[in-house]
Write a protein that binds this ligand. Structure first.
Ligand SMILES: [Zn+2]
Length: 227
């Protein structure tokens, strides 16, 4: 069962299309794993489109030009059709196009990653990273794989760090996490995630990480790799 969800504010920003791509990917992927948040998103989306429709209708004078209304309806229809086409296109694609293999493990990915996977894995030890290009100079988005019995050295970071667990499990000093769990940590948190069975995560960090234990020089290459 998923215990950690994006908050209402994030969901509604996502529905409005106001989030940066890296965070939008996280919300979409979470919603694919979480029926509860998917339902919330659907409700927000419907409410938003009703609002937009109403305000568009209200701004028209009483002698509404039918052409305007037609144009509006057509616009709405087209945008719905666009969405449908995207959905259809994504269902006909072979499933292999939307999965990753690392160290003999095969992971199907949420659909939202379809267009994002165009790099290859880099790794040190049990930790592998596949960087996603979201076109944001500051936020760094990656798929992160930690092999069984692996851990990430304790670290802290300058900005927020988002982790969405996609498969497997990991735990830190706060909790044990399950696929779909959506964890947003601010810079005051420190943690060193460990995994027994291995895991695949989607992560975003917006600032370099600083390792807090004494072996930072040794581990900096891992820090660079991961984040
Ligand atoms: Zn959720």
């Amino acid at each position: 069962m998923i215990n950690y969800h994006p908050d209402q504010h994030l969901l509604s920003l996502h529905a409005k299309g106001e989030l940066p791509l890296s965070m939008s990917i996280a919300i979409s992927a979470h919603a694919e794993l979480c029926p509860h948040c998917q339902q919330q998103l659907d409700q927000v989306t419907i409410a938003l489109s009703e609002q937009q429709f109403e305000s568009a209708v209200k701004t028209q004078s009483v002698d509404t030009n039918n052409n305007q209304l037609d144009a509006l309806l057509e616009q709405l229809l087209n945008s719905t059709l666009d969405t449908l086409e995207v959905e259809q296109a994504s269902t006909v694609d072979p499933i292999e196009d939307n999965s990753v293999s690392i160290k003999g493990q095969h992971y199907p990915l949420p659909k939202v990653f379809r267009k994002q996977i165009n790099a290859s894995w880099q790794g040190i030890g049990k930790v592998s990273r596949l960087r996603l290009d979201t076109g944001e100079p500051q936020a760094r988005a990656s798929l992160l794989h930690i092999a069984a019995n692996g851990e990430i050295p304790e670290h802290t970071h300058k900005g927020a760090e988002l982790t969405l667990l996609l498969a497997g499990e990991f735990s830190d000093c706060y909790n044990t996490y399950k696929p779909g769990d959506f964890m947003l940590l601010d810079k005051d948190h420190q943690h060193s995630p460990k995994t027994l069975e291995g895991c695949l995560c989607y992560t975003i960090v917006d600032a370099p990480l600083y390792f807090t234990k004494g072996f930072s020089k040794l581990l900096n290459p891992i820090g660079d790799l991961l984040y």
